[in-house]
Every structure is written in C-alpha cells, then in structure tokens.
Design a protein around this ligand. Structure first.
Ligand SMILES: [Zn+2]
Length: 272
C-alpha cells in the first residue's frame, strides 16, 4: 500500500508532466472505484490548466485554474502510468492527456483508490481532509505538540501515531521503523513518554520519511525504463517484515507482535 513517501514520490514524478499544463482530454472508463467517480469529472477538468500539485497526508491534490481541486487517493494498489505507449489497458480507469501530449492513467487493479472534486475555498471541510492532524514533515508537527497530544493517553504509542487526527499520513511501516530508530517499544502507553522521548521520536519519524522520499526520488530517475508507472519503489527496512532476523543494532532476534490487528516489528532488546 502506498504510504506518504510513495505519494510524495508519485507527485514529484508527475509534476514535470502536468504542472502548468492544460488538460486536453479527460476520460473515465468506469463509474466507480472505491467510491463513485464524480459524474462531472470530465466537465470539471477538461480544458482546465493544472496550476500545481499538492500532497496532504496520503492524498494528492490537483489544483485547477477554475478554483476546483481534484483529490486522489491511491488506495491499496493504485498507481499513475505516464506515457505508457499502449492502448487503454484493463485496469486503466481514468485518463488525462495534456496539450503537450503527456498521457497519464490512473491504474488500479484492486480499485480501492478514488478521486473526488472539491472547491479550493472549503477544501479543509472535505470529508477526507477535515479530521487530519498536522503534516509530519510540516512546521505544525513538533516534539512539544506530540508530547502535549499524548501525555494523557493510555493507548499504545504505536496506535496513537497511526491516528490520523494526531499526525496525518503515517502508516504501519514508517511507524515501526521510527519506533525502532527512537528505541521506543510500540506497546508503551502514550502517557509514559517523556518530552525527551518525544523529541527522539519526532526526529526519528522525520528521518525515516525523508530517507524514504530520497530513496523514491532516486528511483524516479529510471522509472521510465521500468514500466512508466509511479507509486512504488523498493526500500530496505531495518525491522519491518524482518521477524527472526538479527537486529541491525544489537544482533538480538527481531520480533513481531499483533497490535489492534496490525503487525508491529521490533527489537525486544533495543526498544523499551
Ligand atoms: Zn536490537
């Protein structure tokens, strides 16, 4: 599933093809993905210029000259194909062509992704965006803010970090990696973390996200040789998915435990 760094990488890969470009053709090939595709998608987008792209949590926003915004979520398996140089394929569900001839397709075999239209004026009232907390890489997310938000919470820190109202866009992989980097056990109650812990955790979250974005950026250089699709890149995790392997820091055996139906990966020696 694409997480924040994958969405950021997709946005950066798409930008040169579409930012500032007028959309000459917009077509949807089915009425719905996870939700209905807006019936007026073509009417709202065709002929419009895409002024800029923006990421908010795991959403991509295409700002149109008209003041409307197309919001996109890649879901579980969604990706964007750029200039695939072939006829519309089975899982190409939406197509945008720019005046300059770029051909962009929303490709999603499992169809958990979605697109919607909203007005820039009241974007933060949109149901997907209204409850989101600060961006983890933005100025609104600070060690002090994190400390204040969790200091009276009994819930495990792992679950708190996945709560999009507390901080937006964090997913299971990056939370596991950041807790390892910060040497904090995922089951610790939020209230047990000191300000110092929060400073370490904040720095770890920023570092793992920035490293992944950098890895995604380097994967962009050759994405066209692969299959012209954006959204995924391989990355070496320290603990995620590595149950039974040796801890990269202390050599102890990495563990997996279930928390609220999701797997946490950790080192029982390093993290406490
Ligand atoms: Zn260890």
């Amino acid at each position: 599933m694409p997480e924040l760094p994958e969405v950021e990488t997709t946005l950066r890969g798409l930008e040169p093809f579409i930012a500032g470009q007028r959309l000459a053709l917009v077509r949807a090939f089915r009425p719905n993905l996870r939700f209905d595709i807006p019936a007026d998608l073509q009417q709202a987008m065709q002929g419009q210029r895409v002024e800029r792209l923006e990421r908010r949590a795991k959403y991509m926003l295409w700002h149109l000259t008209s003041g409307r915004i197309m919001l996109m979520h890649l879901g579980m398996s969604g990706r964007l194909r750029i200039n695939p140089n072939e006829p519309i394929a089975k899982h190409d569900h939406i197509q945008w062509q720019t005046e300059d001839g770029a051909d962009i397709r929303f490709y999603d075999p499992r169809r958990f992704g979605f697109v919607d239209l909203l007005d820039a004026q009241n974007r933060d009232q949109h149901k997907s965006l209204a409850a989101l907390g600060p961006e983890p890489l933005g100025e609104g997310f600070t060690p002090e803010g994190l400390f204040a938000a969790i200091k009276s919470r009994r819930a495990p820190i792992k679950g708190l970090l996945l709560d999009q109202r507390l901080v937006a866009g964090l997913g299971n992989i990056y939370v596991c990696e950041a807790l390892f980097t910060a040497a904090i056990h995922p089951t610790r109650p939020g209230a047990s973390l000191s300000l110092k812990d929060c400073q370490r955790l904040h720095a770890a979250l920023v570092a793992v996200l920035e490293q992944a974005i950098a890895a995604g950026g380097s994967s962009l250089r050759d994405f066209k040789q692969v299959d012209g699709s954006l959204g995924y890149f391989s990355h070496q995790w320290q603990v995620y998915g590595r149950e039974g392997d040796a801890c990269p820091r202390c050599d102890a055996r990495l563990q997996r435990l279930q928390q609220a139906g999701r797997s946490s990966f950790l080192c029982p020696e390093c993290q406490s």
